[in-house]
Write a new protein. Structure first.
Length: 386
């Protein structure tokens, strides 16, 4: 029933995805995107509310309100120039849907159409969340602060993400951590500037910065070697010319971890190492650890529901268990911190192209749209019937 309905709306989903693809927008400015979403829901007479400015929350009330499942699609694009060979181009210069969020959005609109047509049979409510700003400042937390998990209270959440490197019909699931916390750090090394000919009268922040970077690399080969994290120094800048010692130098990098204990451990360790190394040289640093999103940690019960739903669908040919998590981040983690959640990967590879997400050449097989809708809808039904 669900699969049949999904297949019936296949062309409609391609059409709405193409509309979204033309207007990539970011960071709570997804105005045209929100209009496309709201027009689609209005046509189906599904009630919705605005949330977090350009976000939209729709509700399909089932025959009872025993449980509520939240389904989330992120809706934003990226500031990347479209260089793909796809027949439909971004109409906004310098911006592109290179992470496939237009596909997530179209899939969720498909879910809304499928489940709305069977709402009298639904054993609970379905909350459809179209979330802005995932790529940049993050929209999930704003939506939560504006009450997306209440009225009716949400009991579980699902989200999918496209994966162009696996074929349409394949999905990837994983218990536990599937995405990292994409945190970053910045160090300002304080020195005492002066003439390069008299280093004894100065404190050189360039050499001290190098020492800090060396100490960090030692951490990578010792304490952090087998820890579930990645720490990379990506930026070092100090000085303006060859004959003056500068007043300060700056180091920046990323520190990504897969669980909150490691996250706190690495934040403390980096801070202490930078402070202690600077102290050895008689100076100080300003250390900032910028916590972005928490890691996405899947619930195994919710994962089982996704797998059970997938097994019921002929369009899902292959369920792969992911061996390793990705070290990228996704703010769906904020939902998973509050309710049991599962985030899975939907294959959108067409067998010809193999550009990863965030590539300016990203291309997706649109046959995956109805597969994604069918799977999300089936997973919602399985959750409510459990
Ligand atoms: Zn992305
Ligand atoms: Zn993404």
């Amino acid at each position: 029933m669900i699969e049949k309905k999904a297949f019936e709306i296949k062309e409609k989903l391609i059409d709405v995805r193409r509309k979204l693809h033309k207007v990539p927008e970011t960071d709570f400015e997804e105005v045209k995107t929100a209009k496309i979403i709201r027009d689609y829901l209005s046509e189906l007479k599904i009630p919705f509310k605005e949330c977090a400015k350009t976000g939209t929350v729709a509700l399909i009330e089932g025959k009872n309100s025993k449980k509520t499942i939240l389904l989330r699609a992120d809706i934003d694009g990226l500031p990347i120039k479209d260089e793909s060979e796809f027949e439909i181009k971004s109409e906004r210069e310098g911006y592109m849907h290179a992470c496939g969020h237009d596909i997530h959005t179209a899939c969720l609109l498909g879910v809304s159409e499928i489940l709305n047509s069977m709402r009298d049979k639904l054993n609970g409510n379905v909350k459809l969340v179209f979330q802005p700003a995932e790529e940049g400042i993050g929209g999930a937390l704003t939506m939560i602060e504006e009450g997306v998990l209440e009225n009716p209270k949400v009991d579980g959440a699902f989200a999918l993400h496209v994966e162009p490197l696996i074929p349409t019909g394949t999905i990837q699931i994983k218990n536990g951590s599937i995405m990292a916390s994409p945190d970053d750090f910045k160090i300002v090394v304080h020195g005492v500037g002066g003439h390069a000919s008299a280093p004894e009268k100065c404190v050189n922040p360039v050499t001290i910065g190098c020492d800090i970077i060396n100490e960090y690399e030692k951490l990578n080969s010792t304490v952090l070697k087998d820890a579930p994290c990645v720490m990379t120094v990506c930026y070092f800048n100090g000085g303006t010319c060859n004959n003056a010692i500068p007043q300060s130098a700056e180091i920046m990098g990323t520190a990504r971890s897969l669980d909150s204990e490691t996250r706190e451990m690495i934040a403390d360790l980096l801070e202490k190492t930078a402070i202690d190394t600077a102290k050895k040289h008689g100076t100080t640093v300003d250390f900032t650890f910028n916590r972005l999103f928490p890691p996405v940690v899947n619930s195994s019960e919710m994962n089982e529901i996704v797998a059970a739903a997938a097994k019921k669908l002929d369009c899902v040919k292959n369920i792969e268990e992911l061996k390793k998590p990705s070290m990228a981040g996704d703010d769906f983690s904020y939902f998973c911190e509050r309710v049991p959640g599962a985030y899975f990967r939907l294959g959108v590879g067409d067998g010809k192209n193999s550009y990863p997400i965030h590539s300016p050449k990203f291309i997706a097989d649109e046959n995956a749209l109805w597969v994604g809708s069918a799977l999300m809808a089936q997973a919602a039904v399985e959750f409510l019937n459990k």
